[in-house]
Design a protein around this ligand. Structure first.
Ligand code: FAD
Length: 550
C-alpha cells in the first residue's frame, strides 16, 4: 500500500507516524512545501518573545530524524501542485522548479490554513508580518533585532494576536492592539473578554476596540497605521493577525467538494468527496457536535486527533469515525488565562438557540491557603433540561483544568447537574472542597430549577427603574466604593429588620459582589412574600468589568 501525505506538520506528521505503526511495510511519502516538518507552531510566539530561547526547541523532529525513526520518505520543499483523483496521481514541484509525479493508493491532505491579508493600501510594506510558520518567525525575529523595535501594532485581537502582543511587549516594544470588534477574543462572551480588556490596560497595552485599519503608509523607516476613523499610529512593525482561512486551492482545483463554510468537505471517516482521498486539520470543515452545522476549527488538538483517526482509516479501511470538535481552547494573556469550550451565549443567540447562563466567581484554590486568586466561570445551558452548551473561564490559575472537565462533560451530553457530581482532587493548594466547577453547577442548577431567577448585567442596564428597584445587599463600605447607579443599599445582615423599606409592587433586582449574598437575600425576601425578584448573575464584579469604559 502506498500512502502519500501532503503537509508535514500537525495533522500530516501525526498521520504518517500512525500509519507506520499500523503497517510496518507500507510505503509512506510525506510531502511538505516548507523547509521544516513537525514543528511547534503553537510555540512560535513564545520564541519571538524570548520565553523559548533556543530556536532548536521548536523542532520536535527534523525531516531526517522523522524519516529514519518511522521509515518514511520525507520530502521537504516539495509542493504538491495538482491531484488527479481519477488516475490516483499527483504532481509535485521541487524547490529547483523540477516537476514530477507520484501514484498513490491513499492520499491525505493536511495543508493547514493561510492568514487573511486584506487588499489594503501598503499591506506589503516592509515591517508588516503575518505569523504562520517558521519562516515568518525568522523574519519577525530578524526585524526585531535589526530595527531596534520600540513600538509594535498588532491588528486583530484573537488568541494569536494577543499572544503576539504579550510577546512583543516582552521583547521590549510598546504594544498597541487594534480590533474591529467591540471585544478581544471573539469566541468568548463580552463579560469574559472584559477581564482581558482590564488586564491589558493594567499592563500598559494600548487597546483600540471598534477600530478598522484603512491603510498603511511608509514614514521614513517606520509605518503609519491609518484607521478608518482618521486616527493613526506610527510604529516600527505591524503583526497582522486578523484570522486565517482554510488552504483549499489544491483541493478545489482537484475537484474535491468544498463545504458551505469554505473548508474541504469530509465524511465521518475524514474521507473527501473523492475515494481514497482524505483530509484533516485546519483545512477541513466538520459538523459541530452541538449544532450539527459545519464549522471551521483551527486548533492543534483536533488536527492531531484527526491525524490519528485518518491513519486508521487509510491503513485498515474506514473503521474509525470522527465525532467532531466543540472548540476547546485556551490562551495566556500576560498573567491571565482565558479558556472556553462549546457555545458561548453570543453564538447561541446568533444560532437562535434558547439558553440560560450563569456566572460565578470563585478562587483558584482554598482562600485560606496563600496565593488563592480569582477565577470566573461562565456556563451556558439549555434553560429547561440544563444540558450544557458551553463553558468559559478567566483567571490566574487552574482555568485549564476547569474548562477541560466541562469540555469532557459537554462531549458526553452532560448537564449542569452533572457538574456537581464531578469528583475532583482537593487539597488547599489546589482547589476547595467545593470546587469552582461544582459551585458553577449548583448555581446553574438553581437557575434551571427556578430556585434562583437571575438577571444579567446587560438586562440591568436596560431596566425600567419606574417599575424596578435595584437592591445592593453588600456592606455600606462596598457600596460607597462603587455601585450600580440608582441602587439602594441594604446590607444582607440588616435585610430582615429593614424589610419594610422595600416595595412589594416593584420587581426587585438584587445584587452583591459575586452572587452568593444576593442569593441569600433572595431567600429571605421570598419567604416574606416578595415574588418578583431576580439576582444579578456574577454580581457587581461582572457588571463593573463589563460596563467599564475601554
Ligand atoms: P499545519 O500544522 O499548519 O500544517 C500544514 C502544512 O502543510 C504546512 O507546513 C504547509 O507548508 C503544508 N502545505 C500546504 N500546502 C501544501 C502543498 N500543496 N504541498 C506540500 N505542503 C503543503 N492551536 C492550538 O490548539 N493551540 C495553540 O496554542 C495554537 N497556537 C498557534 C500559534 C500559531 C502562531 C499558529 C500559526 C497556530 C497555532 N495553533 C494553535 C493552531 C495549530 O497550529 C493548527 O490548528 C494546526 O497546526 C493545524 O494542523 P494542520 O496539519 O491542519 O496544518
Amino acid at each position: 500500500m502506498k500512502h502519500i501525505i501532503i503537509g508535514g506538520v500537525a495533522g500530516g506528521a501525526t498521520a504518517a507516524a500512525r500509519i507506520r505503526r499500523l503497517d510496518e511495510f507500507a510505503e509512506i511519502i510525506l510531502l511538505e512545501k516548507g523547509k521544516y516538518i513537525s514543528y511547534a507552531n503553537c510555540g512560535l510566539p513564545y520564541y519571538i518573545g524570548g520565553t523559548i530561547q533556543e530556536r532548536a526547541e521548536l523542532f520536535l523532529q527534523t525531516p531526517k530524524s522523522f524519516g529514519r525513526r518511522y521509515n518514511i520518505d520525507v520530502r521537504v520543499e516539495n509542493e504538491v501542485i495538482a491531484i488527479d483523483t481519477a488516475a490516483k496521481n499527483i504532481t509535485i514541484r521541487r524547490k529547483d522548479g523540477a516537476i514530477y509525479n507520484e501514484q498513490y493508493d491513499k492520499l491525505l491532505l493536511s495543508p493547514g490554513a493561510i492568514p487573511v491579508k486584506p487588499p489594503l493600501q501598503g499591506i506589503d510594506l516592509e515591517g508588516i508580518f503575518t505569523l504562520r510558520n517558521v519562516d515568518d518567525t525568522d523574519d519577525i525575529k530578524a526585524h526585531l533585532n535589526s530595527h531596534h523595535v520600540k513600538s509594535a501594532v498588532v491588528v486583530g485581537a484573537g488568541f494569536i494576536g494577543l499572544e503576539m502582543a504579550e510577546n512583543l511587549y516582552h521583547a521590549g516594544a510598546e504594544v498597541s492592539i487594534i480590533e474591529m470588534g467591540n471585544q478581544v477574543m471573539a469566541p468568548v462572551d463580552f463579560s469574559i473578554a472584559s477581564h482581558v480588556h482590564q488586564h491589558l490596560k493594567e499592563k500598559g497595552v494600548n487597546l483600540y476596540l471598534e477600530q478598522t485599519v484603512a491603510q498603511f503608509e511608509k514614514r521614513d523607516n517606520r509605518i503609519e497605521v491609518v484607521f478608518k476613523s482618521g486616527k493613526s499610529i506610527v510604529t516600527d512593525m505591524v503583526i497582522l493577525s486578523i484570522g486565517v482561512r482554510p488552504e483549499t486551492q489544491l483541493a478545489k482545483s482537484a475537484g474535491l467538494k468544498i463545504g458551505e463554510t469554505g473548508g474541504i468537505w469530509v465524511d465521518e471517516y475524514l474521507q473527501t468527496s473523492a475515494k481514497d482521498v482524505y483530509a484533516v486539520g485546519d483545512a477541513i470543515e466538520f459538523p459541530h457536535p452541538l449544532t450539527g452545522k459545519p464549522w471551521l476549527n483551527y486548533l492543534a488538538n483536533p488536527a492531531n486527533r484527526q491525524g490519528r483517526i485518518v491513519a486508521d482509516n487509510m491503513a485498515t479501511g474506514n473503521t474509525t469515525k470522527y465525532e467532531g470538535a466543540i472548540g476547546t481552547s485556551i490562551a495566556k494573556v500576560f498573567d491571565l488565562t482565558v479558556a472556553s469550550t462549546g457555545l458561548a451565549a453570543k453564538r447561541l443567540k446568533q444560532l437562535g438557540i434558547e439558553y440560560g447562563s450563569s456566572t460565578t466567581h470563585s478562587a483558584s484554590h482554598a482562600g485560606y491557603y496563600p496565593d488563592a486568586l480569582p477565577l470566573t466561570l461562565k456556563l451556558t445551558f439549555d434553560p429547561v433540561s440544563g444540558k450544557l452548551y458551553g463553558g468559559q473561564s478567566v483567571g490566574y490559575g487552574g482555568v485549564d483544568k476547569r474548562i477541560d472537565q466541562i469540555a469532557l462533560l459537554i462531549k458526553h451530553g452532560g448537564t449542569v447537574f452533572d457538574l456537581t457530581k464531578v469528583e475532583h482532587t482537593y487539597a488547599p493548594p489546589f482547589s476547595s472542597a467545593k470546587d469552582p466547577v461544582a459551585i458553577a453547577g449548583y448555581v446553574a442548577g438553581n437557575i434551571v430549577s427556578g430556585v434562583m431567577p437571575v438577571i444579567t448585567w446587560r438586562q440591568i442596564q436596560e431596566a425600567d427603574l419606574s417599575r424596578t428597584l435595584l437592591l445592593d445587599v453588600r456592606t455600606p463600605e462596598e457600596h460607597v466604593l462603587g455601585a450600580i447607579p440608582d441602587s439602594i443599599n441594604i446590607p444582607l445582615d440588616d435585610l430582615r429588620s429593614r424589610i419594610d423599606e422595600l416595595p412589594k409592587d416593584k420587581t426587585i433586582y438584587i445584587y452583591c459582589a459575586a452572587g452568593l449574598r444576593g442569593y441569600l437575600a433572595m431567600k429571605i425576601l421570598k419567604a416574606r412574600g416578595f415574588n418578583d425578584i431576580r439576582n444579578l448573575s456574577g454580581g457587581y464584579k461582572t457588571y463593573d468589568l463589563a460596563t467599564a469604559p475601554v
